[in-house]
Ligand binder design. Structure first.
Ligand code: UGA
Length: 447
């Protein structure tokens, strides 16, 4: 099938490369000529495991990139819109979605063949039917459902494993105004024969995406509320509490050999210093404000955000419990990225924690295996120092804070065992055993 993908960000590029790998003829469109040149050169503008390899295998044959939207839409049967939806802290801004819809509509004006336009960006329910469709109709002078189709096809990729998630989807949601649109979208994903396919209306498709992320975010805030309560009760460790909860066979069933299966879902029911990234905070807030605009109170999701915004400061409270003053305290941060496997620091809890430490007059050093250059953009030069290894930052520390669950940090107990100094370890991800350090504390650890 001939497919154009407008927008070569993380969603657009991974999708375009994945669809080319599936045998479709794909043309990527972006207004950024440098990005287009890089893609045509076989170099990915974003870092995702496996992406360069797939890009190089397909570029110039089943995949090309261009700045020319007109020719890309004209030469294809279906266009996926994957442009950004910037967030102002409350709502998503649809300016790029509107602009691309208008441009595609203008091409459709003089395109004789039936064309399908599909929104792939995450947009609040109603956007495809009430914003994109009317713009397409107005710009083309044609009628949706007659001359062209309008669909919505959310993506469920996780950063860091996006290519793998695309090539092995757990579900494919095909939203459309009519069966013809849904059938065209079904042809896009025809190669994924073993996957659950959900055919639905556009608003449902849009809400599925937000609901999926909101559920996971709710699990995290729920676990963090219980962690804070465990500490307040005293003598209760949230890790034990959650182990008891996870052992419900509806959460962790047994396989045919009687062994427990731990579904990925369960790891969102572990306590920590909060969620971050480019999706959860933005999506939950956007859904709240959309619900409010429709007269719904959205109390549960508001609490999810409120708990998450305060959770990083629990780490500061733990430090204050152990040290009279944070002024002059030498604090080393282990992990800056919002999750392991990425250098992304967007909305990372580490940002609030490091800033609070700087404000309190602590001396902060940090180590993250990949996020240092992102951190350097966020924190004033000279306000913190960076180590190239864990060793670099533990030597002179009064306290070590584990903020990202990097596998590498499981080496910390062995390193501390050899060390002359014994800093306090605050395990904000509860990834180490409590006897991992002589002085140990953590989120949800008994008081
Ligand atoms: C999330 C969703 O998981 C994807 O399904 C969705 O497609 C994506 O948002 C999106 O909307 O684009 P992502 O933000 O890349 O993906 O990251 P996750 O791996 O889900 O992590 C999000 C937060 O959950 C992080 O703060 C992380 O620390 C936390 N998390 C992650 C857990 O608490 N447990 C885990 O097992 C994984």
């Amino acid at each position: 099938m001939k497919i154009s993908v407008v927008g070569t960000g993380y969603v657009g590029l991974v999708g375009a490369v994945g669809l080319a790998e599936q045998g479709h003829d794909v043309v990527c469109v972006d207004i950024d000529a440098d990005k287009v040149a890089m893609i045509n050169d076989g170099r990915s503008p974003i870092h995702e495991a496996g992406l360069d390899e797939l890009l190089q295998r397909n570029i110039g044959t089943s995949l090309t990139a261009t700045t020319d939207l007109d020719s890309a839409v004209r030469s294809t049967e279906l266009s996926l819109i994957a442009v950004g939806t910037p967030f102002d802290g409350e709502q998503i801004d649809l300016k790029y979605i509107r602009e691309v819809s208008r441009q595609i509509g203008e091409v459709l004006k003089s395109k004789d063949d039936y064309h399908v336009v599909v929104v792939k960006s995450t947009v609040v329910p109603g956007t495809t039917d009430n914003v994109v469709k009317p713009i397409l109709e107005e710009a083309s002078g044609k009628r949706a459902g007659v001359d062209f189709g309008v669909g919505m096809n959310p993506e469920f990729l996780r950063e860091g494993v996006a290519v793998d998630d695309f090539m092995n989807p757990d579900r494919i949601v095909l939203g459309g105004i009519d069966a013809r649109t849904q059938d065209a979208l079904a042809r896009v994903y025809a190669a994924f024969t073993d996957t659950d396919v959900i055919k639905t209306g556009n608003s449902t498709a849009e809400l599925i995406k937000y609901t999926a992320n909101s559920l996971l975010a709710t699990m995290i805030s729920f676990s963090n509320e219980i962690a804070n309560l465990s500490t307040a009760i005293g003598g209760v460790d949230v890790v034990d509490v959650m182990q008891g909860v996870h052992s419900d066979k509806r959460l962790m069933p047994f396989d045919e050999n009687g062994q427990r299966i731990k579904p990925g879902f369960v790891s969102y029911l572990e306590s920590g210093c909060g969620f971050g990234g480019s999706c959860f905070p933005k999506d939950v807030k956007a859904l709240i404000s959309h619900g409010e605009s429709l007269g719904e109170k959205m109390d549960l999701l508001k609490a999810v955000i409120e708990i998450n915004e305060l959770q990083p400061y629990k780490v500061i409270e733990l430090l204050q419990k152990h040290f009279k003053s944070l002024r002059g305290l030498r604090v080393s941060v282990l992990g800056l990225a919002f999750k392991p496997g990425t250098d992304d620091m967007r909305e990372s809890p580490a940002i609030k924690i490091v800033n609070a430490l700087i404000d309190a007059g602590s001396t902060v050093s940090a180590f993250d295996p990949v996020a240092r250059s992102e951190a350097e953009k966020l924190f004033d030069a000279g306000s913190i120092t960076y180590g190239d290894t864990i060793d670099d930052v533990i030597a002179d520390a009064d306290a070590l804070l584990i903020l990202t669950r990097w596998e590498l940090f499981s080496e910390l107990p062995a390193m501390l065992a050899k060390s002359d100094t014994q800093p306090l370890v605050i395990d904000a991800r509860r990834m180490l055993d409590s006897d991992a350090a002589q002085r140990y504390d953590g989120i949800g650890y008994p008081n």
